[in-house]
Design a protein around this ligand. Structure first.
Ligand code: ADP
Ligand code: MG
Length: 318
């Protein structure tokens, strides 16, 4: 039987590249680059709520870090360090080894040092705190949207929610479409390079974890502005488009969770520069509407008619 100490040493202690003191002491020590601010965010994944207890542990390791990296991306911050707090029902070495392998795969992709954490017995729960750096005064906040901004989103929306709808039998997907959407659900790609590139261009940003309408809604509320969004402009994958105009697919596109794409606003005068950033990074960027004075979000169909907005996202306590 592995002791807690052995487990940490064996699975969660790796050499670091930009950390003064990492795993093994009472606290980690890191030096910030001069002129940079520390950006900190935590995200927890709970078995039975965010994932099924029999989920692939390697993919869970990747996703536990990816969803946190997505928060750094949304601030325009460069991720640098993470801590990992685990509650584990048992010391299952194969499970923990696969989880750690996935976690460190993602950490290496984004040059993140794991600098500490906590390990305890208990119902399966994965909690990551990510720390990053962003030039002082430059971070992309939810509160910066201005009337006249264009609203953009990266990638495609609703694929993860579509996978979940397929798993729950709310719609029928071909084998190929199920596989494609499941990879969006289980292995999201955080848009870190995009967030960094948007510094100095975007006025506001958020990552889409609870659905476009809910998350764009946060920008509107924090910024004290309104939005007009064109339904036909929303970027949908071929997989999702095959399910339209079905009500479930429409819900996935507008209010599906777990996308981890960025939604941001930028002045219309920056349109060409935003397009160029997307091309340089190879990240599809789509303009979906505009910010205007007032409050609330209005959604329009192709003929310019206003569409009713139903459920706007996932709220754990609603
Ligand atoms: P303490 O009793 O001082 O809280 P712990 O015994 O909990 O220390 O942890 C020992 C060291 O291992 C600390 O540096 C802690 O940050 C690190 N650690 C514990 N669990 C993890 C984990 N899951 N991943 C990375 N580091 C961890
Ligand atoms: Mg501890």
């Amino acid at each position: 039987m592995l002791s807690e100490f052995d487990l940490i040493r064996r699975f969660f202690t790796r050499s670091t590249t930009h950390t003064t003191l990492g795993v093994g002491d009472d606290a980690a020590l890191m030096a910030l680059t001069p002129g940079m601010m520390l950006a900190v965010s935590s995200d927890m994944l709970v078995a039975g709520r965010h994932f099924l207890p029999d989920a692939d542990p390697r993919l869970l390791g990747r996703k536990a870090l990816a969803v946190n990296l997505s928060d750094m991306a949304a601030m325009g911050a460069t991720p640098r360090w993470a801590t990992l707090s685990l509650a584990l029902p048992q010391a299952d070495e194969a499970w923990i080894g696969a989880f750690a392998a996935g976690f460190f795969e993602m950490a290496e992709l984004f040059s993140v040092d794991l600098v500490g954490g906590d390990t305890t017995g208990g119902p399966l729960n994965l909690s990551v705190t990510i720390m990053g750096e962003v030039p002082a005064g430059m971070a992309l906040r939810r509160s910066g949207a201005r009337a006249g901004d264009e609203i953009w989103v990266s990638g495609t929306l609703g694929d993860a929610a579509l996978a979940l709808a397929g798993l729950q039998g709310r719609l029928k997907l071909s084998e190929e479409d199920a596989a494609r959407s499941l990879s969006a659900l289980h292995d999201p790609t955080p848009r870190v390079a995009l967030g960094e590139a948007l510094l100095g261009y975007a006025h506001s940003a958020i990552d889409i974890s609870d659905g476009l309408l809910a998350d764009l809604g946060h920008i509107l509320e924090c910024s004290g502005v309104a939005a007009e969004v064109e339904f036909a402009a929303l970027p949908a994958s071929a997989t999702l488009r095959r399910q339209l105009p079905g009500e479930t697919a429409r819900g996935c596109l507008l209010a599906g969770g777990d996308d981890y794409e960025l939604c941001f606003t930028a002045p219309a005068a920056r349109h060409g520069e935003i397009v160029a950033i997307g091309q340089r990074l190879g990240v599809p960027l789509t303009r979906i509407g505009s910010i205007c004075p007032g409050s609330g979000l209005r959604l329009y169909d192709e003929s310019g008619k206003e569409m009713p907005i139903g459920k706007t996202g996932f709220d754990h306590f609603a």
